[in-house]
Design a protein around this ligand. Structure first.
Ligand SMILES: NC(=O)c1ccc[n+]([C@@H]2O[C@H](COP(=O)([O-])OP(=O)(O)OC[C@H]3O[C@@H](n4cnc5c(N)ncnc54)[C@H](OP(=O)(O)O)[C@@H]3O)[C@@H](O)[C@H]2O)c1
Length: 264
């Protein structure tokens, strides 16, 4: 029987790449997202093109009951995910105190942190019992530094990497692994959704295909972290970042994320 992957945010830029990669290997899918229409269109297209079985679960991942709904739907239907890719997530440009609303930042924490945490709380026990499973948590290079003008987003991704790495160690010897994927800026729906399209940060954004491939392959190997999608100068910059004076780094990240900074 083909391995089944549960992928959240499946019809987004990076999610679509994961779906194609997994279906391309003959794997079945459980697609999770909040637009039933988009999920069903993606399911039909994927099943037709790759000849795999594709299920869908339409749920808003910002709700506290979302993970339980996903788990219960899988149990009731006998769908067993061998692979879980916690991919859904969003950012958002703006000053924490003066621009971003309570609702915007708390729903970001729910989608980026709370729901993935609940999903693994529910599914990992079953994977451990079966003695096998692969998890990919989509974090970001934002995890490695604070992010003025995206203060909450960077902090959510810091949680994702820290939490994933701790689980990687706790799961040793179980047959289950958790990998964190840390992409740089990519050409997906992310920049538009977060009001970041006109910032310097996205001036050199890369296509998501190679990032997804590196993450997916790293996950299959049970790697700890996969960093991908950093063009040119950003690679050494990221490696040296911990050595820069903190205040210089904060100014740099702030300037990269000022609205309209791409044109300056
Ligand atoms: N693009 C980048 O530069 C970048 C860099 C580093 C890390 N990442 C991470 O990569 C992951 C994938 O993002 P992407 O770049 O592919 O962006 P994207 O194209 O905007 O895709 C994000 C996906 O998450 C879904 N989503 C957001 N809020 C949701 C909610 N409340 N309920 C259900 N689904 C929800 C979106 O669905 P809707 O369209 O229905 O909202 C979409 O399918 C995210 O975790 C992001 O933080 C992105």
């Amino acid at each position: 029987m083909a391995e089944t992957a549960l992928i959240t945010g499946s019809y987004g830029g990076l999610g679509t790449c994961f779906v194609k990669l997994h279906a391309g290997r003959g794997g079945d899918l459980i697609l999770v997202g909040r637009s039933r229409e988009r999920l069903e269109a993606q399911a039909m297209e994927t099943a037709d093109k790759y000849g795999v079985t594709v299920h869908t679960i339409a749920v808003d991942l910002s709700g506290p009951e979302a993970a339980q709904t996903i788990y219960d739907t899988c149990k009731e239907n006998g769908w067993l995910p061998d692979v879980i890719i916690n991919n859904a997530g969003f950012g958002g440009q703006g000053d924490f105190a003066r621009e971003r609303t309570m609702e915007q930042d708390l729903s970001m924490i729910a989608v980026n942190i709370e729901t993935p945490t609940r999903i693994l709380k529910l599914f990992l026990k079953d994977m451990i019992q079966r003695g096998s499973g692969r998890v990919l948590n989509v974090s970001s290079t934002a995890a490695t530094m604070p992010g003025p003008l995206q203060a909450v987003y960077y902090a959510t991704k810091s949680y994702v990497t820290s939490w994933s790495n701790a689980l990687w160690r706790e799961l040793q010897g179980t047959g289950v692994t958790v990998t964190a994927l840390m992409p740089g800026a990519m050409q997906t729906g992310f920049a538009n959704a977060g009001g970041l399209s006109d910032t310097k940060l996205f001036a050199n954004a890369v296509k998501p295909d190679d990032v997804a491939k590196a993450g997916y392959e790293g996950m299959l190997k049970g790697e700890l972290n996969v960093t991908a999608g950093l063009p040119g100068w950003q690679k050494p910059m990221m490696a040296l970042a911990p050595m820069f004076p903190k205040k210089t780094m904060l100014n740099f990240v702030y300037n990269q994320q000022v609205a309209g900074s791409a044109k300056k």
